[in-house]
Design a binder for this molecule. Structure first.
Ligand SMILES: [Zn+2]
Ligand SMILES: [Zn+2]
Length: 422
């Protein structure tokens, strides 16, 4: 009997490498290492039988037969000699008992594996559908090519702002204000969807090049128009994403607005992690014009009090190496937080959030090896986002109180983040 159990399983690595798969005895196709040499099944069996029988053969010819696939049965003596010559060893042959033990071991491993497989948590079909929906929603609202960024008012990065440069910048944004295509998009016309602005801008202190000159104060934030457009754009995308979260649209309009208003900046911070790079600690959204470092964001009025923890947040989030499924679930969970100000139907929002949390936990268990602590770490990120949100609001407020800055914002930003313009 040709047992499936042989020493061949002991050296799979060598077999996997580029060892020619030719029987060292007869030249037939080899099946692996058997008793210490690469051989075919025929020569493997021949060697084992010969050793077990302690057979002694005599060559009918002159003792130097060349063994081939076709003639290997003609001279057992030379075939066995060839076996020994290429290194086959009887010590490698297992006793029947050993064979049985090995078979048992293999069977036990198979059983254990099957058991593990059976116990492996599985996502229900409903959970699977929720994930598919969210991933799809994200793909529809996050454009990897960032091709829309060229439609924003252009980024202006000169250092200390000169009077003429700042004037040029503000002139540019003024002339653009009337033709800004996305601030007049259908969505921004919709009152509830009109939450416009981005994540890092606003705040007067520290950056103005000429603090003594009232006249120039408003033009010091050279990146504000561009980043305001970027935030405004991102808010629209977050709204689009939210609308596709199962159950979101069944909430009252008031609750939808309340959720969006308070979570938009957090979701923007979350989604921006996709473009964040650990190599240079910046957000890369296409060409060099659309690569944003901390310094760029300070030129939109934000201070390090926001930017330092924000970058830290981006780094730690990046290091979680979330699967896309986890990333989109986290955004959904963030959006559906029942404790946001203004939310009326807590119970319903909480039920929606709980469902997403369960999906996330189930997903991690089933699909994220080594993700034992991942869920807890992700929830911690939501707490970090709350304080980033708070700091952002503070900085936004002080920026938006200055008409020369708030006039650079879009209606959607003003609506979502609050603030009155006149
Ligand atoms: Zn052979
Ligand atoms: Zn011979």
């Amino acid at each position: 009997m040709e047992s499936a159990v042989s020493t061949s399983t002991q050296v799979p690595d060598e077999f996997d490498r580029n060892v020619p798969r030719i029987c060292g005895v007869c030249g037939d196709k080899a099946t692996g290492f058997h008793f210490n040499a690469m051989t075919c099944e025929g020569c493997k069996g021949f060697f084992r039988r010969s050793m077990k029988r302690k057979a002694s053969f005599t060559c009918p010819f002159n003792g130097s037969c060349t063994i081939t696939k076709d003639n290997r049965r003609h001279c057992q003596s030379c075939r066995l000699k060839r076996c020994l010559d290429i290194g086959m060893m009887k010590e490698f042959i297992l006793t029947d008992e050993e064979v049985q033990r090995k078979k048992d071991l293999i069977q036990r491993r198979k059983d254990e594996e099957a058991q593990r497989e059976a116990q492996k948590p599985r996502l229900s079909e409903e959970q699977r559908n929720i994930i598919d929906t969210l991933v799809d929603a994200h793909h529809k609202t996050f454009d990897d090519s960032y091709s829309d960024f060229s439609r924003f008012r252009p980024p202006v990065r000169e250092g200390p702002v000169t009077r003429s440069a700042s004037r040029a910048a503000s002139l540019h944004s003024l002339s653009d204000a009337s033709s800004d295509s996305f601030s007049h998009s259908p969505e921004s016309g919709d009152r509830k969807m009109n939450l416009s602005n981005l994540l890092m801008m606003y705040q007067e202190q520290g950056l103005s090049s000429s603090p003594d000159s009232k006249e120039d104060e408003g033009s010091g934030l050279s990146m504000l128009p561009h980043l305001a457009d970027l935030v405004s754009y991102s808010i629209q995308k977050v709204i689009g994403f939210a609308k596709m979260i199962p159950g979101f649209r069944e909430l009252t309009a008031e609750d939808q607005i309340a959720l969006l208003k308070s979570s938009a900046i957090e979701v923007i911070m979350l989604r921006s992690n996709q473009s964040f790079s650990l190599e240079d600690m910046s957000w890369s959204c296409g060409g060099p014009d659309f690569k944003y470092c901390v310094n760029d964001v300070t030129k939109a009025g934000h201070t390090l009090e926001l930017l330092e923890p924000l970058v830290k947040f981006q780094v730690s989030l990046k290091k979680l190496n979330l699967h896309e499924e986890e990333h989109v679930l986290l955004m959904g969970i963030c959006l559906l937080s029942p404790d946001r100000p203004g939310v009326q139907d807590h119970v319903r929002v909480e039920a929606l959030q709980d469902r997403l949390s369960e999906v996330l936990q189930a997903y991690i268990l089933a699909h994220h090896p080594g993700g034992r602590l991942l869920y807890a770490k992700m929830i911690q990120k939501l707490a970090d986002l709350r304080s980033l949100n708070e700091e952002h609001s503070k900085q936004y407020r002080s920026l938006s109180f200055q008409p020369e800055h708030s006039m650079q914002l879009t209606p959607l930003v003003l609506e979502v983040f609050g603030g009155q313009v006149t």
